[in-house]
Design a protein around this ligand. Sequence first.
Ligand code: BES
Ligand code: ZN
Ligand code: ZN
Length: 474
Amino acid sequence: MKLSFNEKTAKSAAKKYTRIVLTEKPKTFHRLVQTVAGTTEYHMGVGKFKDIKARTFITLIRSVVQAAKKHQIEHLVIDYDALAFPALKDLPAGWRASTIAENLLLSDYTFTKYKTGKGNKTELKEVLICGRLTAADKKGFKRGQTVGTYVNQARDIANTTGDDLTPSVLAKTAQTLAKGTKVKVTVLNHTQIKKAGLHALWAVGKGADDMPRLIVMEYYGAGKPVKNSKDKKKKPLVMVGKGITYDTGGLNVKPSGAMHDMHMDMSGGSSVIASIVCAAKLGLKKNIVAIIPAAENAVSDRAMRAGDIIQSHAGKTIEVMHTDAEGRLVLADGLSYSKKFHPRAVIDVATLTGAALAALGQHASALMTKNDTFSAKLRACGEESGDYVWPLPLWDEYKQHIKSDRADIANIAPNFSRFGGSIEGGTFLSFFAPKCPWAHLDIAPRMESISSDKLAKGSTGEPVRLLVKFLEQY
Ligand code: BES
Ligand code: ZN
Ligand code: ZN
């Protein structure tokens, strides 16, 4: 889909365009209208204009694309002014333009890699936005196109099968995406992983044919920090993304119905890859590092066993009580490795627990941090971007549940209690996180889209929009 804008009015657009006319009628109202002037208009009810807030606005933009696709409209024109709802006034300059561009691209996305034949669907070829744009609007519009493109990149990676996207392929994909940008990519192979003491990552990935990789991406938009420098501004923000390219559960194999979508268990990884490259494309004057411990959690005679004890990168020994709690193992090493970069703050992003879906449903990711300022900032970025997050506690009381008799810590509660499963995951990670502000995002609830998202089925590409917004502001 081509996105363009001009300063004319939508009414004066050429006849090939169908003009979107929003009305205060109920959301069920839809009419395709032929005007006396010979043009086509699509009238859409959106409810009371005064009730349209950030959340509803995002869905509204996506509905426009859905409607266009349904009616096989190829060229759409929208009045920019008609999208200036009163409740959006207080949002930052450029927000509306950026949000329009992002969500037009997000809702236009389809994943067809595995579909043979072209189908007979006409595609939406162009959306033209008409009206006066301020400098902030123009900037926002451009930003939104870049952000939307990278969210869709993250979706492409996550939607690819575990057979096609193994750890080495994920590493190559990161290198390809970073090509032509100022992002430097380093990949540690399994020998280097063992040598570096990343034994938890090795343990999770050693059962698979394609060995684990540690993908490290560095972007120094604020200038490379000098060793031992106290310059706070140069300390990077580090993102650690879970890169499990397929999660069978390991020897504690997952039941049928719980495994088929586990090719998306690298969604944390793909979102941090897309976010750091997007930050570079936007030219952010920030220092950012992305670390993706990538492994396939396979069933094999070489696989990690329940009962094994691993010496993690941090030095702590971990008793593997359950091989399906593998995400926290690779992240433990990823978080510990992040200390090497003297981070200012660390965010890890992972499809960590099914329990996060039990807690929140599928409308928000779970946010865990002990830092209230960090929490508030991430929640605000979530609200503004549309990648919603909601907090769960990390109180010390939870620590006792993962004590191990045989090692320093157990990867799940040794009594196999499933209560508070997401907090248990976050608590485990807290033992490996650096001392700086750290937040854990359990994105399992947002791994796959649901119908109310008005997005294609499969990966949502979350939380790229949130991460980029946070990177712009931290
Ligand atoms: N990748 C899964 C979590 C998951 C489940 C993500 C559903 C997205 C949708 C993770 O590795 C896992 O298997 N977690 C276990 C933890 C348990 C063994 C403590 C779970 O959630 O059941
Ligand atoms: Zn698992
Ligand atoms: Zn997993």
